[in-house]
Design a protein around this ligand. Sequence first.
Ligand code: AHR
Length: 494
Amino acid sequence: MAHRAIVNADVGRGIIDKNIYGQFAEHLGRCIYEGLWVGEDSEIPNTNGIRNDVLKALKDLNIPVLRWPGGCFADEYHWKDGVGPREERKRMVNTHWGGVVENNHFGTHEFMALCEMLGAEPYINGNVGSGTVQEMSEWVEYMTFDGESPMANWRKANGQDAAWRVKYFGVGNENWGCGGNMRPEFYADLYRQFQTYVRNYGENKIYKIAGGANVADFNWTEVLMREAAPYMDGLSFHYYVHPGGFWNKGDAVRFDEAEWDISMQKAYYIETLIDKHVTIMDKYDPDKRIAMIVDEWGAWYDVEPGTNPGFLYQQNTVRDALIAGISLNIFNNHNDRIKMANIAQMVNVIQSMVLTEGNQMLLTPTYHVFKMYSVHQDQQRVSLDVETTMLEADGVKYPQVNGSASKQSDGTVNITLTNASREAAANVDFHIRGLHVKEVSGEVITSTEMHHHNTFEQPDKVRPETFTDFTQSGDQLFVHLPPMSVVLITITPA
Ligand code: AHR
């Protein structure tokens, strides 16, 4: 079947918030330690302790916002242990993730320096599960108060004179699970209490994010919206693709065709979940003041054989490129409610951008998708309708092709497309309205084999290539999407 699409370049659908392209870095496995932080004395070339190779790769992604320090780790993190002279910092056990020693060498100052180097907004996740109101309140004071106060003075004594600007602050994480096993009614009350003391100092205005639901827990969303909506700016939402289910997730590289299909179907399922949670949010917040913040998402498989099960280190294939491309298109298309998303996680954990081993680093297929899609950041979404074949896995149907489109201020239109089929190409017949086409160019991420991935021996097995498999005549554009592909089409106006 031919697939059909209409892009209306003059029908704007609102701005695609650049924060949809956000990242998440937790004190988990080799994400912070080794992946980002090697320390100033390391033999691995670094800038103030952050490894240069990873820094450079991440800077090229234009990361708008970075969430830290967790995840589950956030609800047992005590920020005061992570400031002051490094050699004097308290050592603790990271009970959630591998039971390893956390030496607190990467703390608030190091995180802020990383954000500054990346040009990313910090998104701090506070501790509700095992912390106190005072501890949370003092963290905000420490970071953002510009005058004379016990916490501001301590920050200055620790080498940072000027207050930092912190916009995004999360009040707890997964409080229905690792963040305290709470019922929504209890958390809603705690949220109201804790957020009261998350103060705005001077010009710093905090955007408060409440801990949201997991997957299909609609009651959590209902209760939080009913009981605490006036006190929040954003409500988080977490969803992971586990092809084999949570307890037997499946292998990142060694998977069969059925697992590919189920992965695609589960990637699409996030849209059903978003729609249902948003319906509840709409009931309490019809003006859409409160954002949905998808601050954990990605494909989560079994760890690589022989690695620490608590470190969540996994490879990343062309399947992950598709999952990233599908998800980001869905987020773009829900830009009226979704104002931020943070893929889990930035380095060496779950669906990462980069993987490291000693002084080596590689870029994953997911990295390439993020780079390709960065054209959408803060651009005007334009209307794109796609008519496509439905595929099926486990009795559930999902589209073969999906896409999203945005327009830059100079009129250039960028369309990102995915073809989820393992074997069938998709010929998409585009009708372009609201713009006279001058030139079309393209880029593609694909592979001939579904297990292909990048290794330290073959770091460029899956990488973006120039895409030319299209023909254009006037306002008609015929695009031939290869199987298993993520494609960017750029249309320059006359
Ligand atoms: O991203 C890994 C973990 O997944 C996070 O720490 C937690 O919030 C979620 O369950």
